[in-house]
Ligand binder design. Structure first.
Ligand code: ATP
Ligand code: MG
Length: 308
């Protein structure tokens, strides 16, 4: 039995490399590639394990790239449950351009899932959520999965007695109406969600509060990138300052934040301290190249205390 079960409906084999310059026509000679298992919930589970916690990742995957995910997760001892599908798992390709320091991210669409396939994911999750404290769903929905899928996950988590944490965007987020414990939209995602510009902090807090009042979720952590984060509940709204770090790659900052928040909560941290730990993990992820997530010693240093 694991304390945290994560769900990734649209996982990816992440491939990261570098090249002097990205340009048309000519062959672009790239450096040694790095392969990582990717996708929101998978990253969340990996970060929780990096921090010394316990998590299991559920995801649908298929094809040679799906098998590669198994091998990569086995290698780093991340627990997972793969639901086999007919389609071929997508690959995402990140190139760091050495000359400019710019990063190019090529994100492919995932394979379509059939109804039996996404229902099999829900079935697996329902069994694993029994006895878990948190169910964490992160990332997009692939074609074929209904837009209210995360509402179904919210209902399932509630039935199992687990708290549901959601990090997604667009229609998948809008179609989730009730029962979430904690949501982590970035400001961009919150703007899209409510259809307003939210230029001021007061407007951002009001928007988060109105979603809480509608019963969507109890806690909103609005991540503001280099500006830090807002923690909003029915009773409080606090702005947490960012932690300044040298930025190498922002891939996975949000996933690391979610992973560390959930890890903190499983260790009995107060909500505010868990979010502070999340921000340390987000910042620590910026310090690592390409698709690499955070390192535990960086997280502890930026948080300012050991986390054992
Ligand atoms: N440039 C930065 N400097 C310091 N901290 C940062 C920076 N970018 C991100 N962070 C930290 O990581 C957290 C998550 O980052 P961000 O708000 O970009 O979320 P995200 O989920 O990665 O964004 P999106 O999903 O919109 O791509 C922030 O709340 C912040 O604590
Ligand atoms: Mg995000």
């Amino acid at each position: 039995m694991t304390q945290v079960v994560t769900l990734t409906m649209n996982p990816a084999l992440d491939i990261a490399t570098s090249a002097d310059k990205v340009m048309p026509t000519d062959k672009i000679r790239c450096g040694t590639p790095r392969y990582d298992p990717g996708g929101g919930g998978i990253n969340v589970a990996r970060v929780i394990r990096t921090l010394g916690g316990d998590a299991l990742a559920v995801f649908p995957a298929g094809g040679a790239s799906g098998q590669a995910l198994d091998a990569l997760l086995d290698r780093e001892h991340t627990l997972y449950c793969r639901v086999p599908i007919a389609g071929v798992t997508r690959e995402n390709f990140t190139v760091d351009e050495r000359q400019s320091g710019q990063q190019f991210r090529f994100v492919l669409p995932g394979p379509a899932l059939g109804e039996e396939e996404w229902r099999a994911c829900l079935g697996r999750l329902a069994r694993l959520a029994e006895g878990a404290r948190f169910v964490v769903a992160s990332g997009s929905l692939p074609p074929g999965v209904p837009a209210d899928f995360f509402q179904q996950v919210s209902d399932l988590a509630r039935k199992a007695g687990a708290r549901f944490v959601l990090d997604t965007s667009g229609e998948a987020l809008r179609e989730t109406r009730t029962g979430v414990y904690l949501l982590k939209p970035s400001l961009r995602e919150l703007r899209e969600w409510v259809g307003q510009e939210l230029a001021t902090e007061a407007e951002q807090i009001t928007a988060a509060r109105s979603l809480i009042a509608q019963g969507v979720g109890e806690i909103m952590v609005v991540s503001l990138g280099a500006k830090g984060a807002l923690l909003v509940t029915a009773g409080e709204a606090v702005r947490l300052d960012p932690i300044a770090v040298p930025v190498r790659s922002a891939v996975g900052a949000g996933d690391s934040m979610v992973g560390a928040i959930v890890f903190g909560l499983t260790r009995g941290f107060s909500l505010r301290e868990a979010v502070r730990l999340g921000m340390a993990a987000g910042a620590a992820t910026l310090m690592t190249p390409g698709t690499e997530l955070c390192r535990r010693d960086d997280v502890e240093r930026l948080y300012g205390a050991p986390i054992a």
